[in-house]
Design a protein around this ligand. Structure first.
Ligand code: PLP
Length: 411
């Protein structure tokens, strides 16, 4: 008899963004003709850079000719793109990588979700709270619902989780165990905050002491403005022995509809198995991807390669500067309204405390009903997000300015 993976039934029913979509749909039905502004979901609004489109046109032409046509590609990605990644994203920061350590993917969501495929079931998993929901849901799907610990990220700790050994709730409930798997996302979605080099080093050292694995989601590294903030976890000595890093072209270069990203699985990452001895995680991920992943289309990989051309780099920089100027305008405007605002300095998200201690969904409704403005309720990212909302800086400039005007009016 067929059975389902019942862990899927343990997932929460209302995925945050579908609940927002439902409320927005109702609002539109009740207020036809009203101009809604969305600072909610984190999708980009600028089109793809010109250099990227040009590269895709060339790749399409190659695909249409018998001499240059490409069929199945390597599941791990083409060397031409991996070489660019190694040179521009890592060697430029003093990090050496081998081609075999780079896995091209269709984005960071897939890889941060799929990576748990290659890890044992019996793991204690630590995530920040608030958190990008994919980390939690993919572990629930894998049967680890009861093994997830939430590390509070609050204004008091500047949204930097305490090391598990300092976290009294964790030491009380799981006194024998330190987390085996630790998700870190910096610059952070949703709080828009970052980790300093010293703070990141504490985590790397912790993972080395406790033989934990860090999954470092750097999907927003391109938005870092301050020089002293690390872009890659491998800037920290010893990190290659304890960390996998995820990157994405989605927000960096507007690839949300095109799809491309990559994951670094260093060859030094060794997991000890009582039965099989020392195992390279790189080999297991390679095996997983070769079997279950089709690779990214040749055209998308040529598009990603163009991100590293001189023109591509400039166009990507311009787009990021546009979004970060939005973030600056929003931050200043919200502060001027007397709101408590975090993030938005090295990330395209602003994490805003609701006025008068309103619950997140109440403030969301107030903004929707009184200002026709869509935000994201912080509580949707975890219990510690209660009392906050997230604004995204990925909209158009005029929308940001108009949104501020409307907020000023209702507060
Ligand atoms: N990781 C974080 C923290 C994100 O916020 C997002 C997208 O919003 C992703 C990963 C997904 O990236 P991709 O579009 O590459 O799948």
């Amino acid at each position: 008899m067929i059975k389902i993976n019942e862990h899927f039934l343990a997932l929460q029913n209302n995925y945050l963004f579908s609940e927002i979509a439902k409320r927005v749909k109702n609002y539109k039905l009740e207020h036809p003709g009203k101009k809604l502004i969305s600072l909610g979901i984190g999708d980009v609004s600028l089109p793809l850079p010109e250099a990227v489109c040009k590269a895709m046109h060339t790749a399409v032409d190659e695909m249409s000719s018998k001499e240059t046509f490409r069929g199945y590609g390597p599941e791990q990605g083409y060397d031409f793109l991996k070489e660019c990644i190694i040179e521009h994203d890592f060697a430029a920061r003093g990090i050496k990588l081998d081609l075999s350590e780079v896995f091209i993917s269709d984005g960071a969501k897939s890889d941060t979700g799929n990576i748990t495929d290659i890890l044992g079931k019996d793991l204690l998993v630590a995530v920040g709270d608030p958190v990008y929901p994919v980390y939690v849901d993919s572990n629930i799907m894998a049967g680890r619902k009861e093994s997830i610990v939430y590390l509070p990220c609050t204004a008091e700790n500047r949204f930097v989780p305490e090391l598990p050994e300092l976290n009294s709730e964790l030491t009380d409930n799981n006194s024998e165990r330190s987390p085996d798997l630790i998700y870190l996302c910096y610059p952070n979605n949703p709080t828009g905050t970052t980790l300093s080099r010293e703070e990141l080093k504490l985590w790397v050292d912790y993972a080395r002491r406790n033989q934990s694995l860090i999954l470092f989601d750097a999907a927003y590294e391109a938005f870092i403005q301050h020089e002293d903030i690390p872009h890659s976890i491998y800037e920290i000595p010893g990190a290659k022995e304890v960390a996998i890093e995820f990157r994405s072209y989605s927000k960096t270069a507007g690839f949300t509809g095109l799809r491309c990203g990559y994951t670094i699985v260093p060859n030094q990452l060794i997991v000890k198995s009582p039965e099989f001895g020392s195992i390279k995680l790189n080999s297991i991920w390679n095996r997983r991807q070769s079997t279950k992943f089709n690779g990214v289309s040749y055209i998308s990989q040529r598009a990603a390669e163009a991100v590293y051309s001189p023109e591509g780099k400039q166009q990507v920089r311009d787009n990021i500067a546009y979004y970060m100027e939005n973030a600056r305008i929003l931050r200043q405007g919200l502060l001027a309204c007397g709101l408590e605002v975090y993030g938005g300095l090295d990330a395209p998200y602003l994490w805003v405390k609701t006025p008068d201690k309103l619950p997140s969904w109440d403030f969301f409704e107030l903004l929707l009903q009184k200002a026709a403005l869509v935000s994201t309720p912080g509580v949707g990212f975890g219990a510690c997000g209660e009392g906050y909302i997230r604004f995204s800086a990925f909209g158009g400039r005029e929308s940001c300015q108009e949104a501020l005007g409307r907020i000023r009016q209702i507060l």
